[in-house]
Write a protein that binds this ligand. Sequence first.
Ligand code: AMP
Length: 470
Amino acid sequence: MTEIVNFDSISFNDLGLAPELLKALTDSGYTTPTPIQAQAIPVALAGGDLMAGAQTGTGKTAAFALPLLQKLLPFANNGASPAKHPVRALILTPTRELAIQVEESVRAYAKHTPLRSLVVYGGVDIRTQTPHLKTGIEVLVATPGRLLDHIEQKTVQLNQVQMLVLDEADRMLDMGFMPDLKRILALLPKQRQNLMFSATFSNDIKKLADDFLTKPQLIEVARSNATNDNVTQKVYSVAQSDKEALLIQLLKAADAKQVIIFTKTKITASRLSRSLEREGIAADAIHGDKTQQERIKALDAFKACTVTALVATDVAARGLDISELPMVINYEIPSAPEDYVHRIGRTGRAGASGIAISFVSPEEEKYMVEIEKLIKREITKEIVVIEKPIARARTSSTASKTSQHKSTSSASNQDASATKRTPFKKKSTDPWFDKPYEAVVAAQQQVTVRSSSTRKAPVAALLGGLVLNK
Ligand code: AMP
């Protein structure tokens, strides 16, 4: 007979966690386990391998860190000798930001135990990490490349690892870590417990699970490839040629401070970022042709809010830790539906609300069908009519003049600081631009939306009245 468990009514006490860990959870202000914690913790405590589908912000870190610490408790000691603290648990993450975040959580949950943890990642002098490794630590959080460096320099021993966690396994594969993972896994003791977490379950992820896990228990919280409920998803049907005008209108109406805009190609990303800049919207692009240095610079500016709109291709965005955004726009719809989940997973983290808007041209409708199948949800399509397409209405011969002027007018209308970011030297010769500024309402009404009831709404309504983080 199948037992029906109501995970909603489970408490941390029911999960059989040790008092030291329960105390740390109380300190962290957690009262009840999240669904992934309620399901994964008992499985991991029972000692089996686990393959868990959990998106960002679901509490997945505690879902693996708590059972991991509990399993190491019998080995916890206050001994001074490093030999008393061999690496017993290894947590691999794709990015240094995630590694840092995970280790901070591990440390918080282990605070009432003598278990020690450390994080190692690339981009910093390896010699600064070695002394810490030498003191002995039970839980090592690492990015794959830097761990291999330590292995080569013999500054870390992994022969006592009894637990392995692969966090954000799908991103690790996307970032090309498979060869590194294989090398690391070959060095670990065969007898160990493996916990794998992934936001999406592609065929590659299933293959990875087949290769590295032993009879894993599959846990899907809600659904794999599900999208976060905190994210309002909107789909606007719009002609490809009107997308740029719509985007500019939306960004200005929302007065958005941090938006990531996804395109399919590097060329579109670059071109769009330049168009936005010309409109007085501080923008930058990240894609495969940009150096790592340029990408980091763009990301830092974005995080500091000096860049409002970051236009990115999927591949470029995956290598960067960008999350907790109020708004994501799919300027072009990805042909791989999993990419949609990745993209919108960057907003609505940890209970915060977010909005994900997809611009769907008639040619892209087929991709949307696949996405809806994957997320097992239908998103109402709203028809957007651009009555007076803005930049597009004027020909390319006047394009530069248009953009120069529009930046100025939009700035007076929405964001005065934008003009400062885009100094214009030439004066317009087109009389249209010298007309007095027309009120914002008129500008906003250029874009209307028709839902199935053919209701029209001004552009601000497209955002569903959502208050964006400023
Ligand atoms: P994660 O998905 O592990 O990145 O966690 C997302 C956020 O949720 C983090 O800020 C955690 O501190 C928080 N969190 C994790 N588990 C719980 C819980 N049971 N109750 C409240 N907050 C939690």
